[in-house]
Design a binder for this molecule. Structure first.
Ligand code: SAM
Length: 209
């Protein structure tokens, strides 16, 4: 891979699975948001601009998209975003510590609509458990999709897993911020729905877990 100037601002997480020191990465920010599968990250930038005191982690597996995000942030003078090039399952199951995030956005993830591709979808019951693990107690999981079967399946998983409770008010503050893909789907007449869930108490909330 040919390196580019923006790559100095992208953390590349691969192979060796060490748990990230979020305090170090975020400069001890009190409130940490993660945009998982951020793409080109227009939403990420607007979120970070709205909340300059918060740390925003922007994760995607495609470096080209992260480069666009980094360039935009540099132009706009946005300094509270950390770009992570990493596969989402690895990030959530290996790199992120327990109870570290205040809000996690999983917006318009690839829906894999064909039956034979369903196995590629990110959100499964196992993944939901990992999402809960990395959120603080009361932290927020924000999901959106234009794909009706995917969002029905995610709603079933999250409603039924006992780890979250629905609270759409937890994303009211950012209802006006659209992602790049959401803008695209809305422009073609599709309907994008948003869901928010709060993390309920579970054993891994206890210190020393
Ligand atoms: C449909 S796009 C949505 C991007 C953005 N959230 C938006 O709404 O505009 C899905 C994004 O997820 C990323 N992605 C897909 N699978 C991933 C994975 N397993 N790990 C990390 N990123 C992934 C893709 O590279 C892509 O940027």
């Amino acid at each position: 891979m040919q390196l580019k100037e923006e790559d100095r601002f992208i953390e590349i997480l691969t192979g060796s699975y060490c748990v990230l020191d979020l305090a170090k990465i975020t400069g001890n920010a009190e409130f940490i948001e993660l945009d998982l599968g951020c793409g080109k990250g227009s939403f990420t930038t607007k979120l970070a601009e709205r909340y300059p005191d918060r740390a925003v982690l922007a994760a995607d597996v495609m470096i080209g998209r992260l480069r666009k995000l980094v360039k935009r942030n540099q132009r706009a003078g946005v300094a509270n975003i950390t770009a992570l090039r990493v596969e989402a399952q690895l990030l959530v199951s290996r790199f992120l510590p327990d109870n570290g995030l205040d809000r996690l956005h999983l917006l318009c993830p690839d829906p894999w609509p064909k039956e034979r591709h369903r196995g590629h979808r990110l959100v499964t019951a196992d993944f939901a458990t990992q999402l809960r693990r990395v959120l603080k107690l009361g932290g927020v999981l924000h999901f959106s999709s234009d794909d009706v079967p995917y969002r029905d399946s995610v709603e079933r998983i999250l409603d039924g897993c006992g780890l979250f409770e629905r609270d759409d008010s937890a994303i009211a503050d950012i209802a006006d911020i659209k992602t790049d893909f959401e803008e695209l789907w809305l422009s073609t007449g599709k309907d994008v729905r948003h869901y928010a869930y709060r993390a309920l108490p579970v054993n891994f909330d206890s210190p020393g877990h």
